[in-house]
Design a protein around this ligand. Structure first.
Ligand code: 4FV
Length: 221
């Protein structure tokens, strides 16, 4: 899986290159290529934005600079071009799994008041939001997408790790426990130390349903 990220702040992506995603990159399972949009400004001051036509607060990213940065990406014929934006459908596990089947994803990170509509219309396949709130830039949403999608790329995680996690089968995950067996007077549920796998599986299914009913009944609709 190749991620090409168009951003004004490539340095923001260092954290996402640690841990799971970092190891996946080392194993060559995913590649994250950062393109600094500012490198494509033809302005001597490296400006990438300007005031909005029609007035209004803030600045808008210029279409020509964004387009030139996009044009620099190689082998993008089969890539899915995603613009992280509050106007997109909110990312969910179903979409994450769907995206993990892609070979090549290009992520466009907006900043300021956003990006000139003409280049969005020209190059964007799909807008995706990470939630109904406004951030200062699309970089954190891009990292959320990279992190969540990378977990489903073949070989990144052990198969079973993604089988029974939250949102698989539209259920929240059952509670997890590990050593010590007793913590501040609280013991691990008996069934989990019984070694009876059928009963453990049944208990976990029941707990998932109970927790989902309690915390996210909307998932059951
Ligand atoms: C956002 C979101 C988001 C809007 C203006 C970047 C900001 C600025 N992106 N999910 N919520 N983007 O707030 O994806 O350009």
């Amino acid at each position: 899986m190749q991620f090409d990220v168009l951003t004004l702040f490539p340095e923001m992506f260092e954290p996402v290159k640690q841990s799971i995603v970092g190891r996946a990159e080392e194993k060559g399972l995913i590649r994250i290529n950062l393109i600094n949009i500012r490198d494509f400004s033809k302005d001597k001051h490296k400006k990438v934005d300007d005031t909005p036509y029609g007035g209004g607060a803030g600045m808008v990213m210029r279409p020509d600079v964004v387009y030139d940065a996009y044009s620099s990406i190689k082998n993008k014929e089969n890539a899915k071009m995603i613009y992280l934006s509050p106007q997109g459908n909110v990312l969910n596990q179903k979409k994450v799994v769907e995206l993990s089947k892609q070979e090549h994803i290009i992520l466009l990170c907006g900043h300021y008041e956003g990006i000139d509509q003409r280049v969005i219309d020209e190059i964007v396949d799909e807008e995706i939001s990470i939630g109904d709130y406004v951030l200062t830039g699309g970089e954190l949403p891009a990292m959320v997408l990279i992190d969540s999608v990378s977990r489903y790329v073949e070989g990144v995680l052990a198969e079973e790790s993604t089988k029974e996690e939250s949102f698989s089968e539209n259920l929240l995950e059952y509670p997890q426990y590990t050593r010590p067996e007793e913590f501040r007077g609280k013991k691990v549920p008996e069934v989990l130390v019984s070694g009876h796998h059928q009963n453990i599986h049944k208990w976990r299914k029941e707990k998932s349903l109970e927790i989902t009913k309690q915390k996210r009944p909307d998932l059951l609709k």
